[in-house]
Write a protein that binds this ligand. Structure first.
Ligand SMILES: [Zn+2]
Length: 396
C-alpha cells in the first residue's frame, strides 16, 4: 500500500512557499524599482526577515543590486534595483507557423530575436534554431540556460517532445539534443504550461496575488495550463491540461488535431473562427486568411468577421465554464492572438459564463486577457529558465 510520507510532504510544502515568495519579491522589484526592503514587506505582507533572506538570495544570484536612495533627513535608504545586463536566458518558441529564438534578461526584456518559418522537417527546424542559439552564445556570456515552448505533449522528466500533432513529430529528444549541441541546460514544456508560468513570473499586477489559475491558450489548436499553488500542475507524464479535447458538442466547424468534431478545440480554436468566417462569406473569403487578419477585419467593422469571433467566444465561454465548475480557480486567463480581440468578445464570454453557472449566487472566477500580449509563448519559454533557476534553494 502507498503511504504518504508526511515528513517529505512538509519539506515540499516549505520549498513551495519559498519558491512562491521569491516570485512575489522579484515581481515587486521589477515593477516598482527602486524599492526598499521595508516597502516590499509592507506591500506584500511578507515578514521583514523573509524579505531580507530572499533579497540576499537574489543578490547572490546576481539578479538585483543595491543603490542609495535620497535622504529625507537621516541616513539615506538602501533601495533595490534589477540588474538588467546580468544573467541572460535564451527562449525558443516553436510555433506551428513560425519559430522565434530570442535572448533576453531574466525579467523578460528581449535584447534580440530571430524569427523563421517552422519547417515541417524536424531536422531542418532543429538546425535553424541551434544556429540562432549558437550566434547568441558566441556574443554573450552569462547565459543561464535555454527554455523551449512547443505546441504538443512533453515529458517533464526528459524534456522530450512526445507528440507535436501539427507536424506529427513523435519522441523528439529535444532537451537532450539541444543541450548536447549548445552545452547549456535546456528546459522544454508544452506551450500552454509555459505561457501559464510566464503569467506567474512575468505577468502584470492583475494576477500578482493569484496563485491558482487556468490559462487557456488559443491558437491553431487549444491548450490549457493549470497553475496550482504557484506551480504548473503536470499530471502523470505531463499530460494534464488537455482540456482542448474535452467534448463540447457535435458538428464543430473544423476537426481537432486528433480528428474529432466534438472537441473544445474544434469549436473554439483560431481555425474554428476562420471556418465560421468563411461560412458566412460563403466561399468568397480568402482561403489563406490568417487569424490576425480576421481580428483586423472585425475591428474594421466587417460584420462577418465580428460575428465569427463572437460565436467562437461563446464556445470558449462554454469550455471555460466547465473548467471553473470543476477546478474553481481564482482566475482564468485567455492567451494567444485572441487576447487582442478582447474588446470584441469580452461581453459574449462573460454572458456565457453567467448563464452556465451552477447557481447564480456562486461568484465565478474573473476571466481576462493575457497580460503579456503577443509574446506570451516566448515569455513562457523564458520563464522556464527563470523557474528552473529559482526552483532550487541557494545553499546558505
Ligand atoms: Zn480532440
Amino acid at each position: 500500500m502507498r503511504r504518504i510520507n508526511l515528513k517529505k510532504a512538509n519539506v515540499a510544502r516549505a520549498d513551495t512557499i519559498r519558491y512562491i515568495n521569491r516570485q512575489i519579491v522579484l515581481n515587486y522589484i521589477r515593477e516598482k524599482e527602486p524599492i526598499s526592503r521595508a516597502e516590499i514587506s509592507h506591500e506584500t505582507a511578507l515578514q521583514r526577515s523573509t524579505v531580507s533572506l530572499i533579497v540576499d538570495e537574489l543578490k547572490t544570484r546576481g539578479l538585483i543590486y543595491e543603490v542609495e536612495g535620497e535622504s529625507t533627513g537621516g541616513r539615506p535608504p538602501t533601495l533595490l534595483r534589477l540588474r538588467a545586463a546580468g544573467c541572460m536566458a535564451i527562449g525558443i518558441d516553436i510555433g506551428t507557423a513560425q519559430t522565434t529564438v530570442a535572448i533576453a534578461d531574466l525579467v523578460g526584456r528581449v535584447i534580440e530575436r530571430d524569427v523563421f518559418d517552422t519547417d515541417p522537417d524536424v531536422t531542418t527546424t532543429f538546425r535553424r534554431l541551434t544556429s540562432s542559439v549558437q550566434k547568441y552564445i558566441d556574443s554573450n556570456i552569462n547565459i543561464e540556460g535555454i527554455g523551449v515552448s512547443v505546441p504538443g505533449l512533453v515529458s517533464p522528466e526528459t524534456g522530450a517532445a512526445l507528440f507535436i500533432p501539427h507536424f506529427k513529430w513523435r519522441n523528439w529528444a529535444l532537451a537532450v539534443e539541444l543541450s548536447e549541441a549548445t552545452g547549456l541546460p535546456v528546459t522544454v514544456d508544452n506551450d500552454a504550461n509555459a505561457a501559464a508560468l510566464a503569467e506567474l513570473w512575468l505577468g502584470r499586477p492583475e494576477i500578482r496575488d493569484v496563485r491558482d489559475f487556468i490559462l487557456v491558450l488559443v491558437h491553431e489548436g487549444l491548450g490549457t495550463g493549470i497553475i496550482f499553488d504557484g506551480q504548473v500542475y503536470q499530471g502523470v507524464a505531463g499530460a494534464a491540461g488537455e482540456f482542448g479535447h474535452m467534448t463540447i458538442g457535435k458538428g464543430a466547424p473544423v476537426v481537432c488535431a486528433a480528428g474529432s468534431e466534438e472537441c473544445w478545440e474544434a469549436f473554439a480554436s483560431e481555425r474554428a473562427a476562420l471556418a465560421r468566417y468563411r461560412q458566412r462569406r460563403s466561399g468568397v473569403a480568402d482561403s489563406d486568411l490568417s487569424f490576425g487578419r480576421l481580428i483586423d477585419k472585425a475591428f474594421a467593422k466587417d460584420d462577418a468577421a465580428r460575428e465569427a469571433l463572437v460565436e467562437t467566444a461563446h464556445y470558449l465561454g462554454l469550455g471555460i465554464s466547465n473548467l471553473t465548475k470543476g477546478l474553481s480557480p481564482e482566475a482564468v486567463i485567455l492567451a494567444g492572438d485572441i487576447a487582442r480581440a478582447w474588446p470584441l468578445i469580452a461581453d459574449e464570454l462573460r454572458s456565457t459564463l453567467a448563464v452556465n453557472t451552477i447557481c447564480s449566487d456562486l461568484v465565478s472566477a474573473p476571466v481576462f486577457a493575457s497580460t503579456l500580449g503577443e509574446d506570451t509563448r516566448l515569455m513562457g519559454a523564458l520563464s522556464l529558465v527563470l523557474a528552473r533557476k529559482f526552483a532550487s534553494v541557494v545553499p546558505a
